[in-house]
Design a protein around this ligand. Structure first.
Ligand code: ADP
Ligand code: ZN
Length: 733
């Protein structure tokens, strides 16, 4: 909606509300200077206190009667990019309401790429003048002319380089009028994925799933749960859905947990579609991000593969979102705007009216219940596409079959490892603990090494020679003597991390080529991507890894998986611990025997009779979900009840505790609501900030957001270093 000219000529005060990136509940009003055209969704630059910020016009304030002199003017409209569309604006509002976040902070998530707002400067290029001939043709000139024959423009250096001549040859052709200088778009549209290239021939189960998806795409809102065991070909199924959306001229967003965004995945996409998708995640450099942003907005980019923040890209015509590994906790953002990208993808689909497909071998309990109750359509893939059987899961009872003192791998597992390696197959040892040892203590005085900023023990990283905090990054060298009692040679490492397991393997299987994979290795994401490739190509016999290796990778030679400590995740007091443990162990053992050969998974456990371990051993997913769903129903936990966490933090412990208590005391009384806490958070000190937490529980039909909003209105406000963060649908409860 544009203003009519009468309004714009300055005779009427035209004001608009603008969402600015500050933590306030309201949009701020600004005046539109004469001659400027804006509409809801326009991206603008406005003054805010002493700063200038980028914001989004929310509404035209018709009939606003604010005195002209008191309002500031909009400084600039970014009109090289389209205004945010009405459905995206509705989505932002919805997210702000649901998460109880300031709308301006949510709008900011769309404006993640400032570079995208300015047009890219065109590049100078050269092109053949149509019909031009040259009399004196040299060999070098002829080579250049070969390349420009088709009439396309080249950069001067690009052309000289391709033809293998010096740039002066190109200059010569320009001065003879054979080539002309033109301006070239800095980034031509990326090659479009081709939906009609041939994929593999599908299994009957895949075929049925694809048929349902194809029939739904383009016909409004629908949600599918692609529920198939590891290796069942879920990726091939959603690739066909992607193809269908492209055929219909729509855009597609494919969400992956960040760590699964490997070159292996991108290669696979390219094999199917003949072009790479656009990538959107934290490692993409700013210029490239800007192109993806603009391409999404213009419609030039057809498919974006991204981490959770890609959900806030301003697509021109989004027709499908796929959320792979939908159960993954990486979809939850916990700082600032606290949202779950999987749930918000469904909301975006509902608002804009398109299909959302969630995929997992171990769906979240929430999605399972949504499928059971008919809100999502379940598409089942019960068998592996290759025909391979699921791995046999074998328990190792550490109470009776455990290793000798000072070792961490049971003889049965060691034997299986040796056998696998001598067969030329690969093995994976999974332990979700980085470093060498999770705790270091002094044998003489009992001193333990704790982080000065966090309530955590320091973890020894032996190949770096340092003790490190995994929460704030603090580190110190491993000392020679105990800092408390001064005794030398009395420090002992307690428990294993992946480095320690690697040491044990080097000792017992010295000829095996081992590789440690963990997120904190030097070399960063690039090294990880390289190593994933090395493993996939068979360049390692034994891989020792943290949860990184559990996710989404295809390692064709992997035949054995050993879970070093299957009970580790169950030790948490959190009611979601069972679900998480089941998911991660299923995923990690699912790496075994995907393509050829019967896979085996060994679980080292002190509690083989624990229901989660029993379900894993029996490969009995249904039993696990059934009992988990019943337990949640019985205790009114999500998805049968609604939950929010209030997290209080501050530099001073007492002050933070007082603030937390005062806020909880101010809670409006409501019979439907159960309040728990405040209590010290599981991690009670992080980066020097003390943390307390209160939980709010209510029945499913209760309007929890309205209740929280009313509460926060009357509650004391955080002062000084104090902070209060609301986390609706928290990960842990
Ligand atoms: P998931 O996503 O369910 O883990 P993938 O789609 O990665 O499964 O498939 C597992 C393996 O099986 C891959 O190597 C894939 O190429 C192969 N695959 C999938 N579908 C088929 C099919 N219809 N025919 C042959 N191979 C297939
Ligand atoms: Zn710390």
């Amino acid at each position: 909606m544009l203003f009519d000219d009468e309004a714009l000529d300055g005779s009427l005060p035209v004001t608009v509300s603008v969402l600015v990136p500050v933590a306030v509940d309201e949009a701020y009003s600004y005046r539109v200077p004469a001659g400027m055209r804006v509409c809801p969704g326009s991206i603008v630059r406005v003054p805010l206190g002493p700063r200038e910020v980028i914001g989004v016009v929310r509404d035209i304030e018709e009939g606003a009667t604010v005195a002209r002199g008191r309002l500031k003017d909009i400084l600039h409209v970014y009109d090289d990019v389209p205004p945010l569309k009405a459905d995206l604006m509705l989505f932002l509002d919805w997210v702000a309401n649901w998460t109880l976040s300031p709308p301006g902070m949510v709008a900011r998530m769309v404006l993640r790429s400032e570079e995208a707002l300015e047009p890219e400067a065109p590049l100078p290029g050269v092109r053949k003048v149509e019909g031009a001939e040259i009399e004196r043709i040299t060999k070098a000139r002829a080579r250049v002319l070969e390349f420009v024959e088709d009439g396309f423009a080249w950069t001067k250096s690009g052309l000289a380089g391709a033809a293998g001549v010096s740039p002066s040859v190109v200059d010569g052709l320009i001065s003879h009028g054979v080539l002309e200088v033109v301006s070239m778009p800095a980034s031509p549209p990326p090659p479009a994925p081709e939906p009609d290239r041939e994929g593999p021939s599908l299994t009957p189960a895949q075929e049925a799933a694809v048929d349902s998806l194809r029939a739904a795409i383009g016909k409004g809102f629908s949600v599918f749960l692609i529920d198939g065991v590891t290796g069942s070909g879920k990726t091939e199924v959603y690739f066909e859905a992607v193809a269908e959306a492209i055929r219909q001229g729509r855009q597609v967003l494919l969400l992956l947990p960040e760590i699964s965004l490997t070159s292996q995945f991108l290669d696979r996409f390219e094999t199917r579609f003949g072009a790479r998708p656009a990538e959107w995640h934290s490692d993409v450099p700013p210029k490239k991000r800007a192109r993806v942003w603009r391409g999404a907005a213009s419609g030039d980019v057809k498919v974006v593969v991204g981490a959770r923040s890609a959900l806030f890209l301003p697509f021109m015509d989004l027709g499908l979102i796929v959320v792979d590994e939908e159960h993954d906790t990486a979809y939850k953002q916990e700082d600032r705007v606290s949202y779950n990208a999987r749930d918000m993808a469904v909301v975006r689909g509902k608002i804009s009216g398109f299909t959302v497909a969630l995929a997992s071998a171990t769906p979240s309990v929430e999605s399972q219940v949504n499928a059971l109750q008919g809100r999502y359509t379940r598409l089942e893939l019960p068998e592996r596409a290759s025909g391979a059987a699921l791995p046999d899961i074998i328990p190792i009872d550490m109470r009776t079959e455990g290793p000798e003192r000072g070792r961490w791998l049971a003889p049965k597992l060691v034997e299986a490892l040796a056998e696998t390696v001598s067969d030329g197959a690969q093995a994976l040892l999974f332990l979700n603990r980085r470093g060498y040892a999770p705790l270091t203590l002094c044998r003489t005085c009992g001193h333990r090494f704790q982080c000065p900023n966090c309530s955590t023990w320091l973890v020894e990283h032996r190949f770096r020679g340092r003790l490190q905090c995994h929460h704030c990054g603090y580190s110190e060298p491993v000392p020679n003597a105990c800092p408390s009692c001064g005794n030398a040679d009395t420090l002992v490492a307690c428990g294993p991390g992946v480095e320690r397991i690697a040491e044990e393997i080097a000792d017992i299987l010295p000829d095996a080529h081992t590789l440690v994979l963990s997120s904190d290795l030097p070399g960063g994401p690039d090294r990880l991507k390289r190593e994933m490739k090395v493993i996939a190509e068979g360049g390692a016999d034994i891989v020792i890894g943290t949860q990184l290796v559990a996710k989404g990778h295809n390692f064709p030679l992997m035949r054995l998986v050993g879970v070093v400590d299957a009970d580790l995740g169950l030790a948490h007091g959190d009611p979601r611990a069972g679900e998480r443990t089941f998911q991660i162990i299923s995923q990690v053992t699912g790496r075994a025997g995907r393509i050829a050969g019967q896979g085996r998974g060994f679980l080292q456990t002190y509690a083989p009779e624990h229901p989660v371990i029993e379900a894993l051993l029996a490969n009995d997913r249904d039993a696990f979900y059934k009992s988990e769903i019943e337990a949640r129903r019985a205790s009114g936990l999500p998805p049968f009840g609604r939950l929010a966490a209030l997290i209080f933090s501050g530099a001073d412990r007492n002050q933070t505790a007082d603030f937390a208590r005062a806020v909880v005391r101010a809670a409006p009384h409501d019979q439907s609501v159960t309040l728990l806490g405040p209590a010290e958070a599981a991690l009670s000190l992080v980066r020097g900030r003390h943390r307390f937490r209160a939980l709010v529980m209510a029945p499913r039909a209760f309007d929890l957001q309205a209740y929280l909003r009313q509460w926060l209105k009357v509650a004391p406000k955080p002062r000084a270093s104090l902070r209060l963060q609301v986390d609706v649908d928290p990960q842990s409860f």
